[in-house]
Structure formats: C-alpha cells, structure tokens
Design a protein around this ligand. Sequence first.
Ligand SMILES: Nc1ncnc2c1ncn2[C@@H]1O[C@H](COP(=O)(O)OP(=O)(O)OP(=O)(O)O)[C@@H](O)[C@H]1O
Length: 320
Amino acid sequence: MIKVSHVSKSFRHGKNAVNDLSFEVQPGETLVLLGTSGCGKTTTLRMINRLLIPDQGDIFIGTKNIRTESPENLRRNIGYVLQNTGLFPHYTVLENISIVPQLLQWDKSRIRNRALTLMEKLRLPPATYAHVYPQQLSGGQQQRVGLARALAADPPILLMDEPFGALDPLTRISVRNEFKLLDELNSKTIILVTHDVEEAFELGSRICIMNEGRIQQMGAATELLFNPANDFVRHFLDKQRLELELKSLRLRDIWPYLDGSNSGNGTLLSADTNCWDTLEYLIQDKAGSTFRNEEKQLDGNILMNAINAYKKTVSQHGHT
Ligand SMILES: Nc1ncnc2c1ncn2[C@@H]1O[C@H](COP(=O)(O)OP(=O)(O)OP(=O)(O)O)[C@@H](O)[C@H]1O
C-alpha cells in the first residue's frame, strides 16, 4: 500500500509543483496520474522513490514513513519504468534485465532463470534477443526490456512514468495490451503517469486528474465521466468523451434502462460487454444479453436511450 498524505513540493523560483496532495493506492490497484504537462505527475513519482524529498507532508509504504528508510532499502521494493527506458547501452538485454537481482546478490542461475522467464513473458525470445544491445532493438522492444528490468526482482511496487510515451501509436497499443495481460502485475501496487486520456482509462483501476500540482478529482472512470467534480475535469475529458463513456459502461451498468423485449433473436452478449463493443457488434448483427436470469434484445436505439437514461440518473443522484 502507498499512502501520500498532504504532500507539497516547490522548486527554487517556482510555484508549488505539487500542492497538498493526498491519495492511497492498494495492492493490486493501478492508480493513473493524468494531467497536462507540468502538473506535477513526475515530481510525485520522484518523491515516492525518494529521488526528491517533500517540503511538507508524508509518504508511507505499508505502515513505514519513507523518511525513516534508506533510499537503497526503499528502492529494492520499487520498480521504476521511465519513458526513455534508461537502459544501459553497453549492457546486453540479458545484462540490463539482471541488474537489480545482481545488486541483491541473487545466485547466478536464479538471476538467469528469472531474466529468461521475463523475456519469454514479454515476447522477447531469449534465443534472438538475450545477447543483443538496446540500440539493436525497436522502441517497443526497448520498452519491454525496461519493463522486464523493473520487474526482475519482483518488487511489490511499480512506478511508471509515461512508459509508452515514446512509442508510435500502433506499437503503443500493442505494448499496452501486453502490459494489461501480464500476470506478474496482478498483485502489485502500481502508479502510472500519463497525459494520454485513453491510456489512463484503459489501464487505471482509478484515475487521478491533476492540474497545477493539485488533484482535481480521483475516482473510477465512470465517476470522472458522469460526476465530474468541476469544469476542469469536464473539459479535460470532452474530446474523447463519447468513446470513453461507451467503453467504460458495461451492459450490466445500464441494465435497468435497457428497454428491449426478450425475443431471443441473435447472439447473446455477456452483461460484462462494454457499450462500445456492443455497438460495434450491433452494426454487424442482431444481439441480446442476459443478466440475472433476464434476457433483453438490443439495438442501437435501445442502447443509446439506456445510456442517456443512465447518465441522467447518475448526474442527478450520483453513483449508487
Ligand atoms: N528539478 C526541477 N527544478 C525546477 N523546477 C522543476 C524541477 N522539476 C520539475 N520542476 C517544475 O515543477 C513543475 C511540475 O513538473 P513535473 O515534471 O512534475 O510535471 P509533469 O506533470 O510530470 O509534466 P510532464 O508531463 O511534462 O513530464 C513544472 O512546472 C516543472 O517545471
């Protein structure tokens, strides 16, 4: 668990880079810090890793205040993934991934096995890639090596600063998809920094929208979309709003508002299908869904009416 409590930080000649920031992240959760350039995301990550010391406030990992811990001890429990990967150019892929286990003085065969396992998991077949140097790899491959290196000693915490930021849009999507499927990450406490709204919604269990060093709103995707705390949050999401809304709502969320007869025509979609995928499906074919022993027929109108009715209720009464 990471707890950030009333943390502020300013730099010389500057205003507060981070201003009275408080949040908690539980094991297994991915908190995404989302905001425009300069809003204090990286400064926050650097304070959690003790690369910077807060002017005010405290940060706890578990029950321990990190001020009382040596940076070396602290960083043993934290994997850090950087945008530009930070790989050592004169080390091979295998050597780069092995750095932290070596510092921890694991025995040689354990280090090698761990590095090879991670390479397999991250689609870097060791026979081809173990002994090449970072500059011989594509951007997406380098990013995967950076992730493998951060995961090598199996740290309970992962801090990721724009991990997919340097990749072209297509590679970015494929590396992100692999990242989502990694079983290694299930039990970790993850904080990921991005300015990419779509990425934040795809990867975050919760999202923290920041502006000028302050939290504007923190919550699940649906809370930010349907109960924005202020105009900043509303406008920040406006450009991709329709897509984000359709992707974050599942059929089960809007079930009471779906006004379809149970004609049993077409394919039955799971109630966990999101509205974006449902709409894509409905363009090609007839479909229905079942939830709690009830079956409903769907079409584009029924779906959009239900979404609008859901939005109206939630904006009036909040989330139940
Ligand atoms: N070492 C430093 N010295 C002086 N000012 C700094 C330093 N590091 C950050 N800042 C300032 O603090 C503010 C927050 O910077 P930070 O890097 O945390 O923002 P960010 O949200 O991560 O932005 P980006 O997405 O561009 O990386 C900015 O105004 C930045 O100029």
